[in-house]
Design a binder for this molecule. Structure first.
Ligand SMILES: Cc1cc2nc3c(=O)[nH]c(=O)nc-3n(C[C@H](O)[C@H](O)[C@H](O)COP(=O)(O)OP(=O)(O)OC[C@H]3O[C@@H](n4cnc5c(N)ncnc54)[C@H](O)[C@@H]3O)c2cc1C
Length: 280
């Protein structure tokens, strides 16, 4: 049975967990990280695409060998399109900062490689995560490793960076937290397609047919979303129907045309907001 004595047990190897592990390592603080998904699964989950300038600075300050400046693209603004009319926002002009198009799954690749270089343990594909004694000086985390071994991590602190659906938040005593939650009556339909970018920056478009976001992933792969009813299903949307809906939502007197291509992924993202206080 692998058993560890460490400073910090980190549950969740997303950007929060892995960046924290690296930050702690740089400060001479040891950690053990676990995640119930495989490294490959996390590396292929498409979520965030845009990194704020502050996040880029944080990666640099922690010495993560990120490819954000080589594989990423600096974006100096966005277009907000209202009923077919674009309004450009120039970020450097307005706030002296830019954002970076650099997908979250690429950040994960960078962070997990940085973690590996530290030589400290990260267990992916664990099952049966359990956390205990969190109100004592000797909290612990247990799980079953990919190889079926029982893993035990004895720590001084447990950090729950296991996302909004993980088990850690539920462990915070009810009388010390307050949760605000709202579920929206709509979802975003998201696609990935093989096509060149339709515009130099992202377009957030509001039209009578609803919202659309013309986002990007790389030179050859683009990410686009349109707001739809929460009960819609992927099977309801043929590629032709998706393209005509997206185009209808950006249609305008300037004749703007989306650049289309094969759709390689479709998914539906239900919308909810959740905040748990106190934050720290
Ligand atoms: C479609 C979409 C688009 C987004 N776009 C942007 C954007 O453009 N810019 C931006 O800044 N943000 C964006 N976000 C938000 C961003 O993805 C999240 O803020 C980010 O993933 C949060 O990171 P995290 O490390 O806190 O959590 P996560 O990335 O959710 O990581 C939590 C980890 O904990 C693991 N875990 C869960 N349960 C257990 C368990 N029982 N045992 C062990 N491990 C467990 C999970 O497998 C997961 O790997 C987007 C999100 C989505 C869904």
């Amino acid at each position: 049975m692998p058993e560890f004595q460490t400073d910090v047990a980190i549950v969740g190897a997303g950007p929060a967990g892995l960046l924290l592990a690296h930050t702690l390592h740089n400060a001479g603080i040891d950690s053990v990280v676990i995640d119930n998904r495989s490294r490959d699964d996390i590396a292929h989950t498409h979520r965030a695409g845009i990194l704020e300038a502050g996040s880029v600075r944080m990666l640099e300050a922690e010495g993560i060998e990120s490819r954000v400046h080589t594989a990423g693209h600096r974006h100096d603004g966005i277009d907000i399109r209202v009923n077919g009319v674009s309004h450009s926002f120039d970020f450097p002009d307005l706030i002296g900062e830019s954002v970076w198009l650099y997908p979250q799954n690429e950040i994960f690749v960078d962070l997990s490689a940085a973690r590996e270089r530290t030589g400290r343990p990260t267990f992916y594909s664990v099952t049966d995560t359990a956390i205990g004694d969190i109100e004592t000086e000797h909290p612990w985390v247990t799980a079953t490793t990919e190889d079926g071994e029982e893993l035990r991590i004895n720590a001084r602190y447990v950090v729950g960076s296991d996302g909004s659906r993980g088990p850690c938040r539920a462990m915070i005593p009810a009388d010390t937290k307050q949760r605000f939650f709202h579920e929206y009556p709509f979802a975003w339909f998201g696609i990935l397609c093989e096509a060149p970018a339709s515009h130099e920056v992202l377009i957030y478009s509001r039209s009578e047919r609803g919202f659309a976001l013309i986002s990007q992933r790389s030179e050859n792969v683009q990410r686009m979303y349109f707001q739809t009813s929460a009960d819609t299903e992927v099977g309801d949307w043929s590629d032709d129907r998706i393209w005509s809906e997206l185009q209808a939502r950006v249609e305008g007197p300037d004749g703007f045309q989306l650049k289309t291509g094969p759709i390689i992924d479709k998914n539906i993202l239900p919308f909810r907001s959740a905040v748990t206080e106190p934050m720290q």
